[in-house]
Design a protein around this ligand. Sequence first.
Ligand code: 13P
Length: 256
Amino acid sequence: MRNPLIVANWKMNGSLEAIDQWVKEFTTFNPLLTEMVVCPPFVYLNDFRTRLLTNALDISVGAQNCSTEEMGAFTGEVSAGMLSDTGCQWVILGHSERRMLYGETNEIVARKAVQAVNAGLKPIVCVGETLEQREAGKTTEVVLSQLNSILDAIGAQELSKGALAYEPVWAIGTGKTATPDQAQAVHEALRVGVESRDSLAASALRILYGGSVKPSNAAKLFACADIDGGLIGGASLKASDFYAIAQASVVPDVIS
Ligand code: 13P
């Protein structure tokens, strides 16, 4: 049984004031067993983490990206080692916005994954198809090629210490969610892809769904056999929505 994982990707949103408000609101909620990670912009990682510690909130901190390089003359870049140094434990890699807007190829994402693993960070690797690719019947081919390049670089075991996130590009920020059946079919194909390398790692790996997850649609997605949590964009900026989504991942005890 995999413990659910709910990750907030704040993208380029937030401010010190918004962070204060978010944390203040979150302290009013009851603790959950679900593992939670919040990924604010680089500059707020430390501020956010300090506030979590001060308020004894059981949430880990992640970054949204890291460099392909370890150190040196790479102006504006942030290395995986630096992230680890500031108390960051996770890093999102290969988000479709980075693939599409910043030209990140499978090879670049794989190099970042190697840096992340070397620095002791847990990678959250994003894969997903565009609407055009889906309509051309290429979804499985696209996500498996994105997955395989990561598996070639860091192996199934290292990936399973982090997470894989299926984010159909057409569902991100559009309000259009993949149906639970559509998402489950891709998650299953991804798990089979990992299984072909390492079956233990495949059964331990948490595969998250991302793309317009909201409190109203989360429970049905999380009820699918191969959906082990979510990568939440817009809805994660509101503490109460992020909490409600995390709550939806809690599997109720079966009373016999
Ligand atoms: P939305 O939840 O805003 O659709 O964003 C999803 C996403 O890109 C998370 O990484």
